[in-house]
Design a protein around this ligand. Structure first.
Ligand SMILES: *[C@@H]1O[C@H](CO)[C@@H](O)[C@H](O)[C@H]1NC(C)=O
Length: 334
């Protein structure tokens, strides 16, 4: 019954996906760009979930169900995934049943039949990365959009997706018994330098009111993994210089909001898509720590030209934390 009712929506959405793919264009910067039209009133709403693909287990299905309800209430335009899309070791090919079992057949609500903008996490790098980047996944499920690093232009906001796994030294120095798929990443220094330059140039060229950067790994976090030193050293200065509003990540399986006392950047962790409750939380300066929840859930963001609202929810849709910010008139000083 449900699937019959959702058919027209699926059709409209397929056409919509085609438009998005056709409108992907190049610019002077090397990062691929996708166009995400805002609503007719210029605003946007979306959900953010991370660290999820476990074939529904560890409350993944419960979080998905609630995302569907909240997504409907907020009339969301798209979903952002902060990576670790498939546990434990990514997918082995585009035909891997994990794709259906952890994605297509889990996020089934009609409100979630929207573009999913994904980044790769370290667990995704333990599988076949090309499979997750493959157009064949889009043929299987038109929502799936996954590139290594790219920009989504949505008029009032530019969202910069950054492939953070190749920054982390320990995956190269001590892979333990894991095998990482570094095809396309080596030589590593060249890959990282190009990526940092591309992100910097794309941020400088951005004329959007709001700038959001998304990566899998943490820059600021009191959770199990804590700070990612490599990103703090190499990526954070670029985000600060370009006055990025939010850095959003997963990797720590929690929900978290950390402010910065030396910059305007807010650090948001949304890594509660499935397995959580690690229980190890480090001390953090209470002036910066706005919110920490060591459990499952997700985040929503609403953006208008003047306002950005962040809300964190648990797996039952209970609001755990709200935070708003406003853009001052950028022409008021002239
Ligand atoms: C599922 O969610 C409930 C409620 O938040 C929690 O008590 C339980 O531990 C979770 N189960 C798992 C396996 O994470």
């Amino acid at each position: 019954m449900d699937s019959l009712r959702e058919k027209p929506i699926e059709f409209i959405f397929s056409v919509f996906c085609l438009i998005i793919l056709l409108s992907a264009r190049n610019s002077t910067a090397d990062l691929p760009r996708l166009i995400q039209p805002p609503k007719s009133d210029g605003t946007l709403s979306f959900l953010v979930v991370g660290d999820w693909g476990r074939r529904g287990s560890y409350n993944q299905s419960q979080v998905a169900l609630q995302m569907g309800k909240t997504g409907k209430d907020l009339n969301i335009d798209f979903i952002i995934s902060t990576g670790d899309n498939f546990y434990d070791d990514g997918i082995i090919s585009p035909y891997d049943s994990q794709f259906q079992d952890s994605f297509t057949n889990i996020y089934t609500a009609s409100s979630l039949q929207k573009p999913w903008y994904n980044v790769l996490g370290n667990h995704d790098y333990r599988g076949n990365v090309d499979a997750q980047l493959s157009h064949m996944l889009r043929d299987l499920d038109c929502r799936w959009i996954c590139l290594r690093s790219y920009v989504v232009n949505a008029e009032i906001v530019d969202i910069f997706f950054v492939d953070t796994t190749p920054f982390v030294d320990k995956y190269f120095a001590e892979p333990k018994d894991h095998v990482y798929d570094w095809r396309g990443v080596l030589p590593r220094n060249k890959y990282l330098n190009n990526l940092l330059t591309d992100v910097d140039v794309a941020l400088q060229e951005s004329v959007a009111k709001w700038k959001i950067v998304v990566g899998h790994h943490t820059i600021r976090s009191a959770g199990h993994h804590g700070i990612t030193k490599e990103l703090e050293k190499q990526l954070l200065p670029i985000l600060e210089a370009n006055e990025v509003d939010l850095y959003i990540n997963g990797h720590d399986h929690c929900l978290e909001h950390i402010s910065s006392i030396n910059s305007g950047i807010q650090f948001m962790t949304s890594g509660g898509g499935s397995k959580a409750w690690k229980g190890d939380v480090q001390k953090w300066d209470p002036q910066e720590m706005r919110f920490y929840y060591d459990g499952q859930g997700f985040m929503s963001i609403y953006i208008s030209e003047a306002e950005l609202r962040v809300v964190f929810y648990d797996g039952f849709g209970r609001v755990l934390h709200r935070w708003n910010t406003y853009k001052k008139g950028i022409y008021s000083g002239i």
